[in-house]
Design a binder for this molecule. Structure first.
Ligand code: OFO
Length: 163
């Protein structure tokens, strides 16, 4: 079932957004490593890897539907965040942006009567719920810890236990 140009262009835009997500989280990981937050660095590094998997799913779907994945030029991500809390707030804002983008893709697939793409996107809709919830959970814990250095140290260690 060959895909329309409009749908493949929209999916290629999403492919670029997922690649940027990987780039953004890699930058957050580097910033945390530099500042001695090794646990958070690991958390963001694993998140970056997950984003590459998201991009890969779109890459494979495009090829399966007879369209070519295109590697777009990516923006330079921010390179430093004032605090762990600021980094996770930026992460939540980014995930909300990605969720909106996925929902717009679903709309486009519906308008084009493209059922395979609509079904393919269901995984991303569910994934976005999980991603937003995971970041919100970290933000709640950061709020509880406040400026307490020992609490921040413990939380950083916990984040480093992410599988
Ligand atoms: Fe963070 O979910 Fe993809 O982009």
């Amino acid at each position: 079932m060959k895909i329309t140009k409009k749908m493949s262009d929209a999916l290629n835009d999403q492919f670029a957004k997922e690649m940027f997500s990987a780039y953004l989280y890699a930058a957050m990981s580097a910033d945390c490593t530099f500042k001695g937050r090794k646990g958070s660095a690991r958390w963001f590094f694993l998140q970056s890897k997950e984003e590459l998997d998201h991009a890969r799913k779109i890459y494979e779907f495009l090829l399966d539907r007879g369209a070519k994945p295109v590697y777009a030029q990516l923006d330079k991500p921010q390179e430093s965040w004032d605090s762990l809390r600021k980094a996770f707030e930026a992460s939540l804002a980014h995930e909300q942006f990605i969720s909106d983008s996925i929902l717009n893709l679903v709309k486009t697939a519906k308008e084009l009567d493209d059922t395979p793409t609509e079904i393919f996107l269901q995984w991303f809709v569910t994934e976005q719920i999980e991603e937003e919830a995971a970041v919100e959970d970290v933000l709640t814990r950061l709020e509880q810890v406040g400026e307490d250095n020992r609490g921040l140290y413990m939380l950083d260690r916990e984040l480093g236990a992410r599988e």
